[in-house]
Each structure stands twice: as structure tokens, then as C-alpha cells.
Design a protein around this ligand. Structure first.
Ligand SMILES: [Zn+2]
Length: 312
């Protein structure tokens, strides 16, 4: 669907900003206010979109790195940025709960919006609170991300005025090959695990897509995390210990901090000797962390899962 374009809307805004700030800024040219703008809600989708946009468009990511996409909110200037975007890219399956109404408002206002997750053959959550609801965490399956790359490239090429569509498609083809490479690395690594070892005991149902793609079973569990770890409830520990025993796994996986401490509490309180392995689940890290990009995040998780399930 094409939106009735407001010719010069962005240019007029940029000119206005330049006029307003000319007194304090030395140059508006270095800011490239004329460069088209794509606004992306989450940092993982943001990294993917930047690879595709390259130098063709300015990509603004609303979610601060390392925060929870389920709970982050946006500031008033960020909401205004959404309204002025040439294209908004978001997950679209309820992941960024607190941002949805801003995205909807922008869309109602005629801003082109791409909801990625509904367009990559989503699956439903299997268990837990969200059972039967569509699962937004599609990025744990590189093949679906490959599909997303094409969708995002097509929309940037079609909707964002002033980009060179050929360059955008070239970027997408190059990055798509990187994703293919990632997928074949994951297939090799997980394929080396015997089928009975492919069980993930994990707290948050982030890995449903990875499980489906690579033949894992996800065993849900309440894993006491971060701040509550000082005094995890006896029933939480017991149900986690039961899940670990039933699944007969050497390790559990979590996005929580202080994994060693939880392993110690489990050993002391329930007599279970398992390792607690932290994974990157919902967001990237800063440049000095272990998951500064989508590709790095997936490789780090693949290494951690494979190593933990191989040990025993
Ligand atoms: Zn989540």
C-alpha cells in the first residue's frame, strides 16, 4: 500500500531544524539532514536494518542496547521521530508492548510501517503464560531472519525516497550470505549433538524458533534471576530442580545475571550439580560486550549451548 506522500515534509523539517539550530551549530551539512530516516524499535532488528540500509539511509534505533524489549518505553522526542520517519520497522507481534501505540499512531498518520515477525511465518508459544499466542522471538532462527532481510530491503527500496534501490539490494544480498553462513555454522554445531542432548531448560521462551529449526526440545522453567537470586523461593528452586532432573540435562540456560551463584544455590539447596549458562536472549550488548551484532550474538549463543550440552 502506498501512502499519500507529503512532498518535502522531511526536507521542510530538516530546513527548519537547520534554521533553528544554525546559530549554535557550525554546519548542518555534516549532519546530513537530507538523508532519509528509518526508525527501528528494537536493537536486534536495528542492527539487521543498518546492514541493509548501509549508507543509503539513517537508521535510528529506539530501544537502548541491553534493555528488555518487552518493557522499554520511548521519550516524547523519540515518538516525534517515529511520526517523521520515512519507514518504521518493528517486530509487530507484541514484543515492544509499550511502543505499539506510538507505531500505530504513526501508521494512522500515513508513515509506512513494516511489521517483520508476522511476515516470517510465525509459530505459537508452546507453553507458559503465552501458550497459543504468536511468538515474537523469530530472530533465533537465521532462516527466518534471511526472509526478514529481503522484506526489509524491499520496503526500504520501495518506501524510502532518495535511496538507491540497487545499493540497498546489494547490501541485502551480501548480508543475506552472512546469515546463510551463520545458519550453516549452527546446523553443523547442533548437528554434532546427539538428538537426546538437544534439550533446553530455559526460563523465557525465547528459543522456540531455534528449537524448531534445529531439532531441540524446550523445557520451560522458572529460573530465579538477578535481584531475586539473593533469596530464591524454595518452590521456584524445587520446580527448577524437577525440570532439570526430568530433562536429564547438564546445564540450564538463562538471560539472568549471576549464573554461577544460581548454580551454587541449586547445588546447596537441591543437591543438583548443573551449570547455569547465560545466553544473549532479547538484546545486543555494547561494542565491547559479547554480542555487539546479531551475527555475534547468535555465534556466542551457539558456542555456549553446544559446549554446555556436550559436557558431562
Ligand atoms: Zn521475550
Amino acid at each position: 500500500m502506498t501512502r499519500p506522500r507529503l512532498p518535502g515534509r522531511r526536507t521542510a523539517l530538516a530546513a527548519l531544524l537547520c534554521a533553528v539550530t544554525a546559530a549554535t551549530l557550525t554546519s548542518c551539512a555534516t549532519e546530513r539532514p537530507d538523508r532519509p530516516g528509518v526508525v527501528v524499535t528494537t536493537d536486534i532488528l536495528g542492527d539487521i536494518t543498518r546492514e541493509i540500509a548501509g549508507d543509503e539511509a539513517e537508521v535510528t534505533v529506539l530501544m537502548p542496547t541491553g534493555t528488555d524489549p518487552h518493557s522499554f518505553g520511548v521519550s516524547a522526542p523519540q515518538a516525534a521521530r517515529l511520526e517523521q520517519a520515512d519507514l518504521v520497522v518493528h517486530n509487530g507481534l507484541g514484543l515492544e508492548e509499550n511502543v505499539q501505540h506510538h507505531v500505530r499512531a504513526a501508521e494512522d498518520d500515513g508513515v509506512p510501517v513494516l511489521a517483520v515477525a508476522p511476515a516470517v511465518d510465525p509459530i505459537d508459544h508452546r507453553g507458559g503464560d503465552g501458550a497459543g499466542q504468536p511468538d515474537p522471538h523469530f530472530w533465533t532462527d537465521p532462516q527466518r531472519v534471511r526472509t526478514a532481510v529481503t522484506l526489509i530491503a524491499d520496503r526500504i527500496a520501495a518506501d524510502v525516497e532518495g535511496v538507491d534501490p540497487g545499493r540497498v539490494r546489494d547490501n541485502a544480498a551480501r548480508y543475506g550470505r552472512d546469515i546463510d553462513q551463520l545458519g550453516s555454522e549452527m546446523r553443523t554445531a547442533f548437528g554434532a549433538l546427539p538428538a537426546e542432548r538437544r534439550r533446553l531448560v530455559t526460563d523465557h521462551h525465547v528459543f522456540g524458533y531455534l528449537a524448531q529449526r534445529f531439532g531441540f526440545t524446550v523445557v520451560g522453567a522458572v529460573i530465579p534471576g538477578g535481584s531475586t537470586l539473593a533469596s530464591p523461593s524454595a518452590s521456584d528452586l524445587k520446580s527448577l530442580a524437577d525440570a532439570i532432573r526430568a530433562a536429564d540435562v547438564p546445564a540450564v540456560f538463562t538471560g539472568a545475571a549471576q549464573p554461577d551463584r544460581l548454580a551454587r544455590v541449586l547445588r546447596d539447596e537441591t543437591g543438583l550439580g548443573v551449570s547455569v549458562v547465560p545466553l544473549y536472549t532479547e538484546s545486543l550488548t555494547g561494542p565491547d560486550g559479547g554480542a555487539p551484532t546479531y551475527l555475534a550474538m547468535m555465534r556466542a549463543n551457539t558456542r555456549a549451548i553446544t559446549a554446555a550440552l556436550t559436557s558431562r
